[in-house]
Write a protein that binds this ligand. Structure first.
Ligand code: ATP
Ligand code: MG
Length: 247
């Protein structure tokens, strides 16, 4: 990655491509993950590869949710693990969340590879291998979660989750934070807090907000959560794409 200059106009997209390719080579990311990456890249291009002020406000609301939670869990898939492993560990540390590996195309090999990858990046514990609970209304493999992880969580952060699973989590009454560059994807539409931003920028941004809010009163965190408007956030991202000036 050293050869990509910081001021390259497509910097984030080039870094992202390299990391996803390396993830596939290491057995962390599925080949389907390459396709998901391509979709994301198209939306990031249309957004001008920047964090919208509305996405920054969403990241702040996400941090407040995670800090208020009794049991926050950060769900990790193959793309997230390839793109931001150390940043996911730092976020989990900052808000006291569990990390749980959760795959759309679950194989034991890939589960193991991602758990090991997160441990290599400083995680002290990674959940997901127990798979001793099920989410309702999903087929067998996709329903698997840990009983003492996502099944028990009150707030879940799911970067790049597929639409069905995002809906299943929302149906369980958990507060759900979704990161996805497509403001029209079903995943962000069912989220309590949709963050329309590249995971590369969004995860460190949530962590920065969490550090800033670490000593805030509960009432202040509750005010931030209560003032957040999910529909307006999605509208703003869609408007930015339609009216965008990419010159
Ligand atoms: P739906 O949510 O409508 O059901 P889907 O989840 O089935 O769609 P996928 O192609 O599986 O569609 O999802 C990939 C999603 O991940 C896309 O919406 C894409 O924008 C998003 N995505 C890919 N890479 C990133 C990234 N680096 N940061 C944020 N979002 C990303
Ligand atoms: Mg989706």
């Amino acid at each position: 990655e050293a050869e990509i200059p910081e001021d390259h106009p497509r910097h984030d997209s080039l870094v992202t491509r390299h990391r996803i390719e390396a993830g596939v080579e290491k057995g962390i990311t599925s080949r389907q993950g390459l396709i998901a990456q391509g979709r994301g890249e198209a939306f990031d291009y249309l957004l001008g590869e920047r964090t919208l002020p509305s996405a920054d406000a969403a990241a702040r609301a996400a941090a407040a949710h995670l800090l208020l939670a009794d049991h926050p869990v950060v769900s990790v898939n193959g793309n997230a693990a390839a793109l931001v492993p150390g940043e996911l560990v730092a976020l989990a540390d900052a808000v006291g969340a569990d990390l749980e590996v959760n795959l759309f195309n679950r194989t034991e090999e890939r589960m193991r590879a991602i758990v090991d990858h997160l441990l290599d990046h400083g995680a002290s514990e990674v959940k997901g291998l127990a798979a001793d609970a099920r989410l309702p209304n999903l087929t067998h493999e996709r329903a698997k979660v840990d009983a003492d992880g996502i099944a028990d969580a009150d707030v879940v952060l799911v970067p790049l989750e597929d639409g069905d699973r995002a809906a299943a989590l929302a149906d369980l009454g958990k507060a759900e934070i979704v990161i996805d560059l497509n403001p029209m994807s079903r995943s962000v539409q069912v989220a309590d807090v949709p963050i329309v931003d590249n995971i590369l920028r969004a995860i460190p941004n949530i962590t920065a907000h969490a550090h800033e809010l670490a000593h805030a009163e509960r009432a202040e965190l509750e005010r931030i959560v209560g003032a957040f408007d999910a529909a307006a956030t999605l509208d703003d991202a869609e408007r930015a794409i339609r009216d965008g000036d990419l010159s």
